[in-house]
Design a protein around this ligand. Sequence first.
Ligand code: GLU
Length: 499
Amino acid sequence: MSVRVRFAPSPTGYLHIGSARTALFNYLYARHTGGKFLLRIEDTDLARSTEESTRSILDGLAWLELNHDEEIVFQSDNADKHRETARKLLAEGKAYRDFTPKAEPNEANVKDTIKDRARANQGEKNMRDNPFRDLSVEESDARAEAGEPFAIRLKVAEHGRTAFDDAVYGIQERNYHDTEDLVLLRSDGHPLYNLAVVCDDIEMAITHVIRGQDHLTNTHKQVLIYEALGITPPTFAHLPLIMAPNKGKLSKRKHGEVVSMTTYRDAGFLAAAFRNFLALLGWSASEEQEIYSLEELVQKFSLEGIHRSNAVFNFTENDPRKWTDDKAQWMNAEYIRTMPVEDLLRFVKPELKAAKLWRDEYEDDDREWFEKTINLIRQRFFTLKDFSKQGRAYFSEDYDFDPAAIEKNLSKFPDLKTWLPELADRFEAEFADKPYDEENIEIVVKAFTEEKDTKLGVIMNGARTLLTGVAVGPSMLSVFEIIGLDRTIMRLRSQVAWT
Ligand code: GLU
């Protein structure tokens, strides 16, 4: 039997972390087993589904490179089939018509609901007390023919239990007693969620349903529908929840952009790094390794490796500098630091373009310099944004000075105000006829430091602040060389940082 899995998002918002992780696990399982990864857009909630949301989900999947097989299925296209299935169950006596008028929220039935809930809490609620459950076929047909509106409900047996062997959580059981006669078709003919999912999963020949643990209750209801249809359900694998740092529920409403995939794309995360990060939210191979290429993930992924305990997404709320998970940042930095530089250039280019720092020479005449520069500065960067922000001084004369760097490296050493322009003169003289490279630069700067009877660090840190605007960065000798002789001289002479 060849594996067929599906990712089935409801297009009622952007792609969030939890859904992206579900998509990834389905994708990995399909690729690992040589099966198919299908995409179904569950757009049956007409009031809340939007095309914009569908687009943003597709964008998110494309960014993560989770390409699906076969054509996208739109659930709303299958509504007739869903209705047909409900009618078939009705004809077979496995479902019944419920003629209860649509409830108006008046005071009387609000009170009833409260009473119902209280009774249910005490375990007293009778889920089988619908007055239409045992209506004779003749009467039911007659009332329907007379045009009386009705919903179709599944007729759940009084005694017994649903059971399935979840690939992650093991045997799951639930007494029929605890499940209501669920509505399959609303009185306006609209098929409801559980019916639609079962029909589509059957139609698409899905073998494994991999989805969030928050669907466990639905799964029991869906198993009831499979039983009524006489069809063996697929294997279910429920994924642990992803929690907020306080172990509360991660929610779109409360945590907003923190949980949206586009946030990470726009913040300069590499898709490969974020995918790697998502893979470890609730899954691990039995080893310490944390950095996995996509090929390795595909090779190592298994349902057995999925955790039962909830995962935590460790962002710090209310601190804009720490809106993302430390581990996600660390992982992104690892990718930036270690990926082949030619690959990284492809991502840096659009970043510099967007910041108006790009020059076409970087791809021909200055290619070597550009590659060397990126290679040097990436060592300390966390996101692609860093190339245009912290890295700005390498690509433009218009860069800012960090006040803390000025304070620490310049203001405390007033002599530097004359020394650094003097160093510029020295460079101009010394390098008129010898190569401006690290080795020679070191000799010149050391000699200069000794003349001034100061520490090498004082000169280097001061120069770093003037040349790059910040207090930290790569080895200063490499920075001098990369910035180049002309720009070094100009920046060492400049007094803007001192004013
Ligand atoms: N459409 C559902 C959701 O977005 C998923 C249904 C399923 O995977 O069965 O949560």
